[in-house]
Design a protein. Structure first.
Length: 265
């Protein structure tokens, strides 16, 4: 479903600020797999996600999504295949617009239709209410509320819905619970796993929480200095504790994990 082949990305090449962000990353993710990604600061996690979404182009290497070679496709052209939820709740939504209007914008994504036309579509409101009800946050009764009035957790839950509203294949979660308190983060993570499972979405989730990296999904990648240094799944992963993961990282990367936001518990 998602195949990256020997991706290299260097920022500011040939200058004093040159950074080799990805150094030959290859990755094959099957349909429906939920992969968590963890690693040191500056390891290349966000760059990896941007390569999938299409906001960063590889210098060399190829990206295949759902059987298409999308390496040269801009992010807008990939929108029908990939949905993304950002770390910052404000980034994925428009504060001054209502929940319903934000959902209508998401529903019109990739199509040449304006907000009013989208809102006018028969049955769309009922469809939004149905989706909102599944979140279990009572937001189906607050559809006229501006998104800016919601809590971070409620907003990320709506962002999740917006990212997955249209038929799509790959869900990219970029530290999407990092700005939330623990209880809201737990709720949003649970919803993410439910939505990904229901839609059989292939999911890539970057997190700074070692515990969440093991608790959610079916496969965990660890990155260091632009490379994937650990790729763990199956029975091996199910037995792993956070302390084992740290130890495995140290052995694979030849260094201790360096992450100033890292959460072990
Ligand atoms: N647009 C850019 N221009 C220049 N350098 C960049 C750019 N984007 C990322 N980098 C650099 O590339 C490296 C990898 O960055 P990236 O954001 O992918 O790391 P990360 O693993 O997501 O880190 P963190 O956990 O700290 O967010 C870093 O050294 C970063 O400073």
């Amino acid at each position: 479903m998602l195949k990256l082949s020997d991706i290299h990305i260097t920022f500011n090449a040939g200058t004093a600020t040159e950074v080799r962000a990805l150094r030959g990353v290859s990755l094959d993710i099957a349909e429906g797999e939920f992969v968590t990604v963890i690693g040191s600061n500056g390891a290349g996690k966000s760059t990896l996600l941007s390569t999938v979404v299409g906001t960063t182009k590889p210098d060399t290497g190829t990206v295949h999504l759902a059987g298409n070679d999308v390496t040269a496709w801009p992010a807008a052209k990939r929108a029908g295949l990939v949905g993304r939820v950002f770390q910052e709740p404000r980034l994925g939504t428009c504060s001054s617009l209502s929940i319903e209007e934000n959902l209508a914008l998401a529903a019109a994504r990739g199509k040449r239709r304006g907000l009013s036309l989208a809102l006018g579509k028969h049955g769309q409101k009922a469809m939004f209410a149905e989706h909102l009800e599944k979140l279990g946050l009572g937001l189906e009764h607050r559809m006229a509320t501006p998104i800016g009035a919601l809590s971070g957790g409620q907003r990320q839950a709506v962002s999740l819905l917006m990212a997955t509203l249209l038929p799509m294949k790959i869900l990219v979660l970029d530290e999407h619970t990092a700005a939330l308190d623990p209880s809201a983060a737990h709720k949003v993570l649970t919803l993410s796993a439910e939505i990904a499972g229901e839609g059989r979405l292939t999911t890539l989730m970057v997190t700074h929480s070692m515990k969440d990296a093991l608790a959610y999904g079916s496969r965990t990648l660890m990155m260091n200095a632009g490379r994937i240094v650990l790729d763990i799944k199956g029975e091996e992963r199910s037995k792993l504790k956070v302390s084992d993961l740290l130890e495995r990282f140290g052995r694979a990367a030849g260094t201790e994990i360096d992450d100033d936001q890292l959460m072990l518990g």
